[in-house]
Write a new protein. Structure first.
Length: 320
């Protein structure tokens, strides 16, 4: 993986995180193709210099693209990411997150792709963990169809590694936030809060607000992807041997998050507390020691990342 110029395919590269990752590959001199069906991504997110293909990851067109491009590296961010959608429609969730992944993997196998970076989820594959911060070796007990499909993806990749020789790294993300995040679903809580505060609307908090999450800034997630794209993979180590948590190791309650954002925006329109949402985890914070041992560490303190995010969303409202 030491070539100066690699052919890189980023699925979901018009989305929030995937577009930042595609941008980083371009900056380091790689030739990048972006595949996205624009169901949640935006065409304007695709970075300059990337070749964009509007397609669903389950389409035959994607297999043909992989055959033509023959990428050395595939970074797989395309997914159905809403836990509530997965609960309401498990088949739809599996169609995207399992069958779509398999379509890309079969294309990778046929094209001889050497490295596959897979986005898993540290927030759901462990379920309600007994150990916090939670290490990669913790029991995998997902409590939503979304968590089940993300874990299933890791098992499929493990199969392709052993049988077909595709090297892969699974990145188990904490709660990622930052510019370009859409204010939809639990993963967009920061964007939701900022938009409401900028509009002078009260914040809606489910439960007592003392549930905690590990919020990691998107720029730190990008550096983890670059590390995963190049790191040496030694030994077998099983499923967890090639999986790395990506977070900060610091728990932040929803109430504390609201405090920080109210301070940064400079307004306090109030809060509305509602009943807990069924199936929501109480606490989720990741132990990222294994990735730190590989030379990665988050550089952005929560307040600093939130400040950049607020500035980005505010600028977007002004220009809208």
């Amino acid at each position: 993986m030491n070539e100066q110029v690699r052919r890189v395919l980023v699925t979901g590269g018009a989305g929030f995180i995937g577009s930042h990752v595609a941008e980083a590959y371009i900056r380091r001199g790689d030739r990048v193709w972006v595949v996205d069906d624009l169901s949640s991504g935006r065409r304007e997110n695709v970075p300059d210099g990337a070749e964009f293909v509007h397609a669903d990851i389950g389409d035959d067109e994607v297999r043909r693209l992989i055959a033509d491009v023959r990428p050395e590296l595939i970074n797989h961010h395309a997914a159905q990411i809403d836990v509530r959608v997965s609960v309401a429609d498990p088949a739809r969730d599996a169609t995207v997150n399992v069958l779509g992944l398999l379509n890309v993997l079969e294309g990778a196998r046929e094209a001889g792709t050497r490295r596959f970076v897979y986005v898993s989820s540290g927030g759901v594959v462990y379920g309600e963990p007994e150990v916090i911060p939670t290490p990669e070796t913790a029991p995998k007990l997902p409590l939503s169809p979304y968590g089940v499909t993300k874990l299933a993806g890791e098992y499929y990749l493990n199969y392709y590694r052993h049988i077909h020789g595709i090297e892969y790294v699974a990145l188990r993300y904490a709660n990622v936030y930052g510019p370009r995040q859409d204010p939809h679903g639990e993963a967009g809580v920061i964007a939701i809060f900022v938009n409401r505060l900028l509009g002078g609307q009260p914040l809606t908090i489910f439960g007592d607000g003392e549930q905690t999450r590990d919020y990691v800034y998107v720029k730190d997630v990008v550096s983890a992807n670059l590390k995963a794209s190049d790191m040496a993979l030694n030994g077998d180590g099983g499923l967890d041997g090639v999986a790395f948590n990506v977070g900060t190791g610091k728990a932040t309650s929803v109430n504390r998050l609201a405090d920080l954002l109210e301070d940064l925006v400079g307004t306090r329109p109030g809060r509305e507390y509602r009943g807990e949402r069924p199936g929501e985890l109480r606490h989720s914070t990741l132990d990222c020691g294994r990735l730190r041992e590989r030379g990665w560490a988050p550089r952005f303190a929560l307040r600093d990342g939130l400040r950049e995010t607020v500035q980005h969303i505010a600028a977007g409202r002004v220009n809208a």
